[in-house]
Write a protein that binds this ligand. Sequence first.
Ligand code: SF4
Ligand code: SF4
Length: 352
Amino acid sequence: MDNSDMRSILKCVRCGTCRSICPVFDVVGWESSSSRGRMLVAHGVSQGMDVDQGVFDSLNTCTTCGLCEQMCPSGASPVKVIENVRHQLVLQGKMTEAQRSLRSEAIEKGNPLGEIKDRMAWLGDSGRDLAKKADYVFFAGCLGSYRYPELTKRTFEILKSFGVTVLEEEVCCGSPLLRTGSDPSELISNNLQQIKNTGAHTIITGCAGCYTALKNDYPGNLDVVHVTEFLADRLAELGLKKLDLKVTYHDPCHLGRCNGVFDAPRQIIMSVCDLEEMRNNRERSKCCGAGGGVLKGYPELSLDISKKRLEEIPKDVDYLVTACPLCRTNLKRGDPGIEVLDIIDLLEMAMK
Ligand code: SF4
Ligand code: SF4
């Protein structure tokens, strides 16, 4: 634990604001599952407290959604404290089976899903005539490549028409490791070398986890844009028609609150149909429950958080739209009663 983590812990005046808004505390109800409780646990660990299952459950159930950080009147940074103490424990070999599995699969197979298939198979015939050099490169991500290959191919088809290329042998961006305390440097160097080979000045991704990892955790201040930012600037060139639909939009925490990308997805949605906001939106958006390793390590908790978020869907909308494959996956698990679309699915409906 470094000085800035200790300062965060000391800044906490125990006002309880974080407790009142934490989506995990909302489900679990234990002090140790709120950010002020987690910071006390983190402090205890730094002072040599035994690390038992209760400590892991406190530290590892944080989705790293950042809402507590956004709302903390004292300016504490609980997410950084939690991620750093996870890392310290991993360095000591203290981690859960879920953390160990994410790490070994990502390092050994290049993705935390344990997939051994060709990662770039999603490209299909879109892989023909790929430019080796380009100004923009698309980073597909693990979920995009393996769980949503058709969407990823269709997304790339649109991007390719603007001269975008892909990496030859992309590997996991490292986000699942960064968020759960493991060292992703091998994955980062591999991707960085490939990005350099393309000569691209900007990386485009459709995943909130990849976005924040590439932008904030990779060295070199990379220029990273979400696919919605890239396309929002080019809407006039897409030949869109207006759809007779009303949708609502879930802000992925690592895209919206953590990186300020709120307007581009809304610009796209409102250019093709009507938008009705969820009760908590933009900076105050509630987490889908999947991030920070919670879906992997605590699937039932993750599902309960998803269901709570889904209670905020306005009554008369046709679709729930989001802009991250991990959010989409967990929101679907919560069984919202309406289809959960990636924003590119919606855009494509208006392009036909
Ligand atoms: S909101 Fe900030 S000051 Fe208040 S209890 Fe939470 S961490 Fe402490
Ligand atoms: S980052 Fe989100 S899940 Fe984690 S303690 Fe803060 S509000 Fe709770």
